[in-house]
Design a binder for this molecule. Structure first.
Ligand SMILES: *Cc1c(COP(=O)(O)O)cnc(C)c1O
Length: 393
């Protein structure tokens, strides 16, 4: 099927929920993607932070293939090895205590919200179920996680939304205090706001929030759906903030391209969700878990240091271009935001770059780059050369 046929068939039979770029993808290798006509694209998107090991990674393919041959799925009413081993790995590497596996970021955050409300219900009874989230945040597309998302544009059409959320400004303890109250059970944050524009929270602020949460017995919920699994140059971003959340969610990169997500709880919260309180049919799927184990195997300390170094390199190269449309870069590791100067539209800039075969993302009013974490220097240089060629004038 060629690109035009794919677009036509998609338009006819898939709901038009996505504002797609006019590009069809057939296959990939490393940080390069190819359309059906064989045109090559440098990929600075990795499926929005999913394909952390790039495309066509042999070890990843082998792990999946072997596990699929052995056992493709079985109910969580039975025990399986890959998920147990992946959960162990995540806990040992972070200091968290146990894991619940789900399938997508929004669903993981639903689980995190349920855990927080049950923790509070068990200890204090009803009426203490409000969760404070941050303005400009993004937590998912389910009715409840849309409500958790601190952006008015998302609070539309689907009324009635779930009750029990209030919003505070990022990096402002005053704003958090203004949203506080006897009804609060948790605070939920992204340490680097992803969809909101790649906006890292201040370390001092995050540590102060953690302290406040401990004092008031609010759970600190960290949404690491985008920041997790090596993206920021540590396995989870909270490890660079010097905090241990009560619960953290993960998804996107966890299985390197297969649908998997989950939440990790600390010791205080390990027994909150008992039998019958939470479940999902596909959660902890053995093939996804085998892929996740392979990702963990690859992502050792040297790999994570390399992510830091590559992020610094790519940001420096972009800043050195001194493009008329770009302001400063920001972010952590290979989660990079570029501010777009007044008079330029990030959507238009993205379209131009994509037309010249560099795939990029937007976030908030700026640009966002999430290359596969295995991106090579040659691939980064090729991407930067496309930026120079496309946006210098
Ligand atoms: C992508 C994202 C989500 C939603 O994940 P889905 O898998 O699309 O449900 C939630 N939180 C953050 C921070 C995200 O980046």
């Amino acid at each position: 099927m060629n690109s035009e046929e794919m677009k036509t068939l998609t338009g006819q039979f898939i709901m038009g929920t996505y504002g797609r770029f006019p590009v069809a993808i057939d296959h990939g290798e490393g940080a390069r993607l190819y359309d059906p006509e064989g045109n090559e694209y440098i990929d600075f998107t990795s499926g929005i932070g999913v394909t952390c090991l790039g495309y066509g990674n042999d070890g990843w393919v082998q792990s999946i293939t072997q596990q699929a041959k052995k056992l493709g799925h079985v109910s969580n009413l039975f025990y399986t090895e890959p998920a147990a081993r992946l959960a162990e790995k995540l806990c040992r590497r972070t200091g968290m205590s146990n894991v619940f596996f789900a399938n997508g970021g929004g669903e993981a955050n639903e689980g995190m919200i349920k855990l927080a409300r049950k923790y509070s219900f068990d200890k204090y009874g009803q009426g203490r179920a409000t969760i404070i989230t941050l303005n400009n945040s993004f937590h998912g597309r389910t009715i409840t996680t849309l409500t958790a998302t601190g952006q008015e544009v998302f609070h539309n059409y689907f009324f009635p939304f779930t009750e029990g959320f209030r919003y505070a400004d990022a990096n402002s303890l005053e704003s958090l205090e203004a949203a506080a109250g006897d009804d609060v059970c948790a605070v939920m944050v992204e340490l680097v706001q992803g969809e909101g524009g790649v906006l890292p929270l201040d370390k001092d602020y995050v540590q102060a929030v953690a302290k406040l949460c401990a004092e008031r017995d609010w759970l600190l919920l960290v949404d690491e759906v985008q920041t997790g699994v090596g993206r920021t140059g540590s396995l989870f971003a909270f490890q660079q903030y010097g905090i241990l959340p009560d619960v953290a969610s993960f998804a996107k990169g966890i299985a390197g391209g297969l649908p998997m997500s989950g939440i990790m709880a600390n010791e205080k919260c390990r027994n909150v969700l008992g039998p019958g309180t939470h479940a999902t049919t596909f959660g902890a799927n053995p093939v996804c878990a085998a892929a996740g184990l392979y990702v963990q195997e690859v992502m050792d300390d040297a790999f994570l240091e390399d992510v830091q170094a590559k992020g610094t390199y790519l940001r420096n190269q972009i800043e050195a271009l001194e493009l008329p449309c770009f302001g400063e870069t920001r972010g952590m590791g290979l989660m990079i935001g570029i501010s777009v100067k007044e008079g330029w539209s990030n959507k238009e800039l993205a379209n131009k770059l994509i037309a010249n075969r560099l795939l990029v993302l937007t976030a908030g009013p700026g640009m966002r780059l999430l290359p596969p974490l295995v991106v090579t220097k040659a691939e980064m240089d090729a991407g930067v050369a496309i930026m120079k060629k496309t946006l210098s004038a």
